[in-house]
Every structure is written in structure tokens, then in C-alpha cells.
Design a protein around this ligand. Structure first.
Ligand code: AMP
Length: 359
């Protein structure tokens, strides 16, 4: 166990070199740490701003040993890090935060929803299925229409199929690759919200205001924060966050996606054991943003304030939309965040803007 709080000058390992790793590395650097990235892509967004990058597969044993040699603490920027990589680091005596449990729960949609329900946190009705026959039974059990998702490796709406009638379940199961799936009841939510929360090494928590999120083709397009919410709704979201953080004995920032129902209840759709796209508004809407908060938490520093100091509209810049950078740069209310990606593929997250207004 490293000496905590971690003193500036130490190196923090980050598994994953995407934009989240980049913004974590920037926050780490601002607090005086060196960010060491582990990432198979040689020219990653994070490597352009980090102190050092190890270019290797996430579970490459040599690379993990090097990371353990240079870094004092390791964290990650995405939840599909092989659990074996984290276990390999733990076996080398490394401290990894958030831990292997958060990763294992978030990597499997059935585990995730089972964990949530066990914490007294509500979700849609769901059932797991490993065969076409079980998929049919699962749809019959939760009721059609239902949403079938792969248990693992889904992101940005990928690996999902709507099933309108139970007899269509087998075809959907095959279209998803005949891999284990979760079948979820269709949720008639009124809004999609999310809450970003952090837990420190000492069990203290810091929870940001709710964000309201809008998706297009399964990809986040826009967040508005703080979301319109009365005290009862905010309190409910904070209670949910607190239960999840405590249940996972969590250290770091977590993103929790919520469905708001017409009767005011919140259901949890998904948890992401990392900084989250719906928390990018905190960069310009809060004094301590989610990236610095995560670094503070894993380094054993006190958590920072989370109240909003501005109203923010966050827009993701997808594909060639980032080509309009000069227009955004000329808008006085707009803060531009670009990820340094050289190739703009359709739908690829190239950057985001935060349009800021006084509260
Ligand atoms: P996910 O990959 O679980 O985050 O789902 C991506 C998007 O699909 C969500 O943001 C919702 O808009 C929608 N969605 C997911 N699950 C459900 C559900 N059970 N019922 C209705 N819509 C859903």
C-alpha cells in the first residue's frame, strides 16, 4: 500500500489512452503527478499529454510489470479493461482503484443489475439468457417489447436489439452473435438523467448535481446540467449513488445512468466505474471537475466541492463536427475541449463543447 495521501511527483498509471485517459492525465499533471498510460494504440489521445506511455496490450504481463515498477497507483479510464490485467497488477502488489469488484460488476449487465437490486436500488425487470430457448423464455417473463443486450462488451448502444414479440427472441439472440444476453423490460422513462459521484479512500463521498442527457443513435449527444430537479429527486439520486459507492467499497469517480419515471421514481440503467461523458459539464460548471476529483480520490486526497457554479450545455462533437472548431472558439460562452484525434470517423467522439451560462 502506497503512502497516502500520494505526494506530487509520484506517477499514476492509467489503463486506456482515449479521451477520458487524456483528461485524467491533464488533471493529474495539474496536481503535480506524472501520468503513465498503458494503451495498445501508439498515437492515443492520452499519450499526447501524458508523461509516458507503455504501448502494449492491456493484459501484457511485461507491460503490467513495467507499469507496476514506475507507477505508485493505477486506475483505468474504461470498464472493459480485462479483469486479468487488474488481477495481474494486484498480484504484483499494486494498488488499483476503483478495484476489481467494480470492474467485474460493471462488465456484466446481469451481475450489474443483480448487484443494484441487492443494494435496494431499482432497475427495470430483467432476465439473463444463454441460449435461444432461454432468450424466448426471458422475453416471455419480462414482457414484450423488450430490449435484448449482450451481457458483456456493449457500449454506445452497440450490441442491442429490440424484440417486439416473444417469438422474435431467437432471431434477435442469433443476430447478437448467440452470446449470453440480458433481456430488459422496455422502460417508458420521461427523461434520462445521470449522476456523477466520488468516494475517497476514507469513505467520504462527493456527489455532483444531476445532468439531463439526450442520445442519438445510442450515442450521447447533449447534456444539460444542473438538470431541472426538485429536492426530492436530487435526494433520491444521492441516496442511490451513496448505496452504490458503499456497496462496491468504491474509490474514485463513478457515472450512474438513470431513467426518470412519470411517478418520480429513478431506475438505474447502468453504472460506469470511471469518469463519464455525462460528467464533462463539470469541467466548466464546477470548481473541481470529475477528472480532478477522480485523481484526488485515488491519490487519497480530500475530495473537492461539487456544487455547480454555472449552468452548462455539453455537446459532443462527433466525426467531422469538430472541424467547426474556429466557430466554437469564437463564441464567448463556449469552452472547447478537443481530444487530439487525427482521424474523424463518423460518430467518433472528437471533442466536446461546454456552453456556459450564469446560474
Ligand atoms: P445502455 O447501453 O444500456 O446505456 O443503453 C443505451 C440507451 O438505450 C439508453 O441510454 C436508453 O436510451 C436506451 N435504453 C437502454 N435500456 C433501455 C430499456 N430497458 N428500455 C428503454 N430504453 C432503454
Amino acid at each position: 500500500m502506497p503512502v497516502l495521501p500520494l505526494a506530487p511527483g509520484a506517477a499514476i498509471g492509467i489503463i486506456g489512452g482515449g479521451q477520458l485517459g487524456r483528461m485524467l492525465a491533464q488533471a493529474a499533471a495539474r496536481l503535480g503527478f506524472d501520468a503513465i498510460i498503458l494503451e495498445p494504440e501508439p498515437e492515443s489521445p492520452a499519450s499526447r499529454v501524458a508523461a509516458h506511455t507503455i504501448v502494449a496490450a492491456y493484459d501484457d504481463p511485461m507491460a503490467l510489470r513495467t507499469l507496476a515498477d514506475v507507477a505508485t497507483i493505477v486506475t483505468y479510464e474504461f470498464e472493459n479493461v480485462p479483469v486479468g490485467a487488474v488481477e495481474g497488477l494486484l498480484a504484483l502488489g499494486m494498488e488499483v482503484a476503483p478495484g476489481a469488484r467494480a470492474l467485474a460488476v460493471a462488465q456484466d449487465r446481469v451481475e450489474e443489475k443483480s448487484f443494484l437490486n441487492a443494494q435496494g436500488v431499482a432497475t427495470v425487470a430483467f432476465a439473463g439468457a444463454d441460449t435461444a430457448r432461454e432468450a424466448f423464455e426471458a422475453v416471455a417473463a419480462v414482457g414484450a417489447p423488450a430490449l435484448m443486450k449482450t451481457r458483456r462488451d456493449g457500449y454506445d448502444g452497440k450490441g442491442q436489439r429490440w424484440v417486439e414479440h416473444a417469438p422474435d427472441a431467437a432471431a434477435a439472440f442469433e443476430a447478437l452473435g448467440s452470446v449470453p444476453v440480458i433481456v430488459e423490460a422496455a422502460c417508458e422513462f420521461t427523461r434520462e438523467l445521470s449522476i456523477i459521484a466520488a468516494r475517497g479512500r476514507d469513505g467520504s463521498t462527493a456527489i455532483y448535481p444531476l445532468a439531463e442527457n439526450h442520445h442519438e443513435h445510442g450515442i450521447l449527444r447533449r447534456s444539460l446540467a444542473p438538470a431541472r430537479a426538485d429536492q426530492a429527486l436530487s435526494d433520491q439520486a444521492e441516496r442511490i449513488a451513496a448505496r452504490i459507492l458503499a456497496g462496491l467499497d468504491y474509490v474514485g469517480v463513478i457515472g450512474i445512468e438513470l431513467f426518470e419515471m412519470a411517478d418520480g421514481r429513478l431506475l438505474v440503467n447502468e453504472i460506469a466505474p470511471r469518469v463519464h461523458n455525462t460528467g464533462h459539464w463539470t469541467q466548466d460548471g464546477c470548481e473541481v471537475d470529475q477528472f480532478e476529483q477522480h485523481i484526488r480520490a485515488v491519490a487519497g486526497w480530500p475530495l473537492g466541492p461539487t456544487q455547480a457554479i454555472a449552468q452548462v450545455e455539453m455537446l459532443n462533437l462527433l466525426g467531422d463536427e469538430a472541424d467547426a472548431w474556429a466557430k466554437y472558439a469564437a463564441e464567448p460562452e463556449t469552452r472547447l475541449h478537443l481530444y487530439g484525434k487525427r482521424e474523424a470517423k463518423p460518430g467518433r467522439k472528437m471533442g466536446h463543447i461546454n456552453r456556459v451560462r450564469a446560474l
